[in-house]
Design a protein around this ligand. Structure first.
Ligand code: ADP
Ligand code: MG
Length: 394
């Protein structure tokens, strides 16, 4: 999805007021009736309707008149609300190039007033097909109107909370800086996703470090669940940083062992294929770690790892991420897996915004080239001096 932040500069106080009103209406309505937007925004002389037209022109809202005259936010509209809030908080003041695009996120460089480059990750749950998401309504049955804003916000909050807690425990993760709505701001990691690396000076050491990380996570009560070469960054000194946490689970999860084994297997497989680590070598590398000599022949054994439960609850609650939030997002993630997730044919009658997103997903043939220009800081930054906007509630 294109994120043209220039439009942001031309939006005025009333535009944001109406945009916020649409967002508030979406707490209870998938499509917010125009009168309700008007009532919440409280602009004089029918001003709301004029503003809605302008927002529509900039693709910040989507108009739907199938049942009644109503509006919903587009992802772009939601992006603008989050970006504006973060700019007002002085978290950053400029948005630069896109450095990553996943199925459910877009990643950009942003810069602070003093020129420090950070990373902004915008979560986009359910962007491939709105209907696929709607069909998961059951998973979140306690919410009368469940929507992608809510899920994306949860995913961002979860990622932020985990990043913060893991950083405090000295795990190699980006520094968690701030979070608003579906947007997480973190430090920029200088390096490359491991998937792009064809050669290593010390593949054994890197392998050992990575397996050690998975074990240490489990000892802290956590499983990454997507621990693969796309979510491990490595720099020129072969220092490892792990990223991408929305799918992490507790070791007390009923499928914990399966997730743990899968993470381990992913790393083994990758190192075997890319760096020709033989099985024998792998066994040697395991020796310092917890192994069993059962039928797996010296593989790591999840059940013998000393796990400390409770890491999740205590530390994450501190960032505002509750057990209930965890349950909600977990239901969505597991629903995705059961359905085989993603791209179904329903995407075709989405609006422009979503079509554009789907197209992007199409021409992205694997994360390999997606991140291929992910070298050191590229600049080309659009500064965001936004005129006169009051802070609205997040
Ligand atoms: P997704 O959930 O879409 O997989 P990730 O968090 O894995 O999102 O990020 C996708 C890509 O964006 C990564 O593979 C990496 O290239 C880049 N990226 C993400 N976070 C950072 C960061 N903090 N510093 C540098 N690059 C990053
Ligand atoms: Mg990833």
């Amino acid at each position: 999805m294109k994120l043209d932040v220039n439009a942001l500069r031309y939006l005025c106080k009333d535009d944001f007021r109406v945009l916020t009103a649409v967002e508030m209406g979406m707490r209870n309505h998938e499509i917010v009736p125009a009168e309700l937007v008007d009532r919440i925004a409280g602009l004089k002389h029918g001003g709301t309707y004029k503003v809605l037209k302008n927002l529509l022109k900039h693709k910040l809202v989507h108009h739907d008149s199938s049942k009644y005259d109503g509006f919903r936010l587009t992802y772009l509209g939601y992006d603008f609300l989050a970006i504006k809030t973060l700019v007002n908080r002085s978290v950053f003041s400029a948005v630069g190039r896109q450095i990553g695009v996943g199925k459910e996120s877009d990643i950009f460089e942003v810069a602070t007033e003093d020129g420090t480059v950070l990373v902004m990750k915008l979560h986009r749950l359910g962007r491939v097909s709105f209907r696929a998401v709607k069909s998961k309504r059951d998973y979140l049955s306690h919410r009368s109107s469940y929507n992608w804003l809510y899920l994306s916000r949860l995913a961002a909050l979860k990622e932020f909370s985990f990043m913060k807690a893991l950083g405090e425990h000295e795990f190699p993760v980006p520094t968690a800086i701030d979070c608003n709505r579906h947007c997480v701001v973190m430090s920029l990691i200088q390096g490359y996703p491991l998937v792009q690396v064809k050669q290593l000076q010390n593949p054994d050491d890197v392998f050992e470090t990575i397996i050690g990380l998975i074990v240490r996570l489990a000892e802290h009560g956590l499983i990454h669940c997507d621990f693969n070469e796309f979510n491990i960054m490595i720099d020129d000194d072969e220092k490892i940083t792990m990223i991408d946490f929305p799918q992490m689970v507790s070791v007390s999860h009923r499928n914990a062992k399966m997730y743990f084994d899968r993470d381990i297997e992913c790393v083994f497989k990758f190192f075997r294929k890319r760096f020709n680590l033989s099985y024998e070598e792998e066994r040697e590398h395991d020796e310092g770690l917890v192994c069993d000599s059962g039928e797996d022949g010296g593989r790591l054994c999840f059940s013998s790892i000393e796990k400390s439960a409770g890491f999740l609850d205590k530390e994450l609650a501190a960032s505002g991420f509750t057990t209930k939030d965890q349950d909600d997002i977990q239901k969505y993630i597991e629903g995705e897996k059961e359905d085989g997730g993603e791209d179904d044919d329903d995407a075709e009658d989405e609006d422009d915004e979503d079509d554009a997103a789907a197209e992007e997903d199409d021409d992205e043939d694997g994360d390999d080239d997606e991140a291929s220009d992910n070298g050191p800081i590229g600049v080309q930054i659009s500064s965001l001096k936004i005129a006169d906007q009051p802070e609205e509630s997040a």
